[in-house]
Write a protein that binds this ligand. Structure first.
Ligand SMILES: C[S@@+](CC[C@H](N)C(=O)[O-])C[C@H]1O[C@@H](n2cnc3c(N)ncnc32)[C@H](O)[C@@H]1O
Length: 208
């Protein structure tokens, strides 16, 4: 498949329906939170933001796929919500400092340096006490799900090293990939995701 990242994802989203059910582990962590401002980096057609919006969250979605963002905006309209959408590369785009209560980076498989920079940006966007949720395919999924390059897949160690020091990591684990986790299709034994739930420290020093 050729083209820019945005073109590739545009084609995927145009060719087939993307799952509408939210990531089950995001649901587990975010369900108890009071609604606020949420930022979904690499949101695609917005299944996670749609679930949060239904709970009263005001969501901003950032993605390189115009089609993904358009599908998300249409779905939000159908459920009576409005999304802020930003067509941008999450590796260089920066949100307003401290403007968000929750930032999601779900199934965006980036190279090591880019992942660190995106998570730095996510921490910058969080208010003190706000939460970051990250999830991605475990490296054991290589050749079955996720990108074909091992350096873009997750291990706990890789994610730990990418998380910025101004966040307190509350959960960093490998878990079974459940139905609803990206495809919702047939489960293969050993399917796993790596996830983190982290909180922005109140005295985070650097002002970000
Ligand atoms: C596997 S989909 C995940 C969509 C959504 N987060 C979910 O979990 O259903 C990956 C998404 O990340 C987006 N993406 C990948 N790299 C990106 C980048 N550098 N900047 C912005 N979006 C990016 C793609 O366009 C695509 O929408």
């Amino acid at each position: 498949m050729t083209g820019t990242t945005g073109d590739i994802w545009d084609r995927r989203f145009a060719e087939r329906d993307w799952p509408g059910t939210p990531d089950p582990y995001l649901v587990e962590f975010a369900d108890p939170l009071p609604p606020g401002n949420g930022l979904d980096l690499g949101a695609g057609p917005g299944r996670n933001s749609l679930w949060l919006a239904a709970k009263g969250w005001a969501m901003t979605l950032v993605d390189l796929s115009r089609i993904g963002l358009e599908q998300a905006a249409q779905a939000a309209k159908r459920q009576g919500a409005t999304f802020g959408t930003v067509h941008a590369d999450v590796s260089s785009w920066r949100a307003q400092e401290g403007g968000f209560d929750l930032v999601i980076v779900a199934n965006v498989h980036l190279g090591t340096e880019t992942l660190s920079s995106v998570l730095d940006g996510a921490a910058h966007a969080l208010r003190p006490g706000g939460n970051l949720y990250v999830v991605g395919h475990h490296i054991s999924n290589l050749g079955r799900h996720g990108p074909p390059s091992p350096e873009r897949l997750f291990t706990e160690d890789r994610l730990r090293r990418a998380l910025p020091p101004n966040l307190r990591t509350d959960v960093l684990e490998t878990r079974e990939r459940k139905a609803g986790h990206e495809t919702g299709r047939v489960q293969l034994s050993g399917d796993a995701v790596v996830l983190a739930w982290a909180t922005k420290l109140v005295n985070s020093g650097r002002g970000n």
